[in-house]
Design a protein around this ligand. Structure first.
Ligand SMILES: CC(C)(COP(=O)(O)OP(=O)(O)OC[C@H]1O[C@@H](n2cnc3c(N)ncnc32)[C@H](O)[C@@H]1OP(=O)(O)O)[C@@H](O)C(=O)NCCC(=O)NCCS
Length: 233
């Protein structure tokens, strides 16, 4: 797939046989780079907050930056574009249609404010200290803290990687960062839902250590329409 990426979507990196990423730079200027929050702060005890400085977790390599969108983030339209293009592949497959088909930029902003929005961004070069790297946002994942009978959990949703960048490990990297985010908040469980029809996606989640813990049935349907997966941290 990496050889077929259309411009401006160049491969952002790949793993060779050793499991390491190879360095592949993008060559497009990016007018959309936005300031990011600083690195992770100290962990804390007490009630689990929905947001806060302790959530400042990020995963940085030369070719990809995964960060929590901070207050200065202004690329919600790009996030919506990624969601729409990534979920378009499910049109006609999942029933009922994904909520992403009805999602608006206002909805993206609302969801980002209700919890945390993680973005994966290509990096042209490592940013000098104190400066922001330039790149394109190519993936996203939203999280929010929820609670059930077993205590708090971090619910992850709207996971999407730009189709031109899929299959390069970005989805895994987003989940690695969410795991760090949960750990920083002292939350021991991650959950995500997947539509029942998407068997490859179920394998993707179980491959990352999730197991099915329940089902969900949309209003008006008699059979489960989604599976709930959980990973204990
Ligand atoms: C699900 C989704 C986010 C995965 O993103 P991704 O970046 O392609 O995921 P990854 O590359 O980390 O892993 C996916 C597969 O790509 C392959 N892959 C991973 N790294 C790779 C690499 N460096 N080189 C080649 N292939 C690779 C693997 O087959 C991997 O599956 P595995 O779990 O068996 O290893 C993406 O397919 C997507 O946006 N789908 C549409 C939206 C969607 O369904 N969201 C989930 C709703 S719950």
């Amino acid at each position: 797939m990496a050889g077929n990426l259309p411009r401006p979507y160049r491969s952002v990196g790949n793993r060779d046989g050793s499991g390491k990423r190879r360095e592949v730079s993008t060559d497009q200027p990016n007018p959309r780079a936005a300031p990011r929050q600083p690195l992770i702060g100290p962990t804390r005890t007490g009630p689990v907050p929905t947001r806060g400085p302790e959530t400042n977790v990020r995963d940085t390599t030369k070719d990809l930056l995964i960060a929590i969108a901070g207050g200065a983030f202004d690329q919600h339209e790009r996030v919506l574009e990624i969601l729409k293009s990534a979920f378009a592949g499910q049109d006609g497959i999942v029933d009922p249609p994904s909520s992403v088909t009805r999602l608006t930029v206002e909805g993206v902003i609302r969801d980002a404010e209700a919890g945390d929005l993680l973005t994966a961004e290509t990096r042209k070069d490592p940013a000098p200290p104190g400066e922001t790297s330039e790149g394109d946002i190519v993936g996203c994942l939203f999280t929010k803290v929820e609670e059930d009978a077993d205590g708090p959990l971090l619910y992850a949703y709207h996971l999407a990687v730009d189709p031109a960048y899929q299959g390069h490990g970005i989805g895994h990297r987003l989940f690695d960062t969410v795991t760090a985010l949960a750990a920083a908040r002292q939350i021991r469980r991650l959950q995500i839902m997947s539509r029942i029809e998407l068997k490859e996606l179920h394998a993707f989640f179980t491959g990352m250590g999730f197991r099915q813990v329940g089902t969900f049935t949309h209003d008006g349907y008699e059979q489960p329409t989604s599976l709930r997966f959980e990973k204990q941290l």
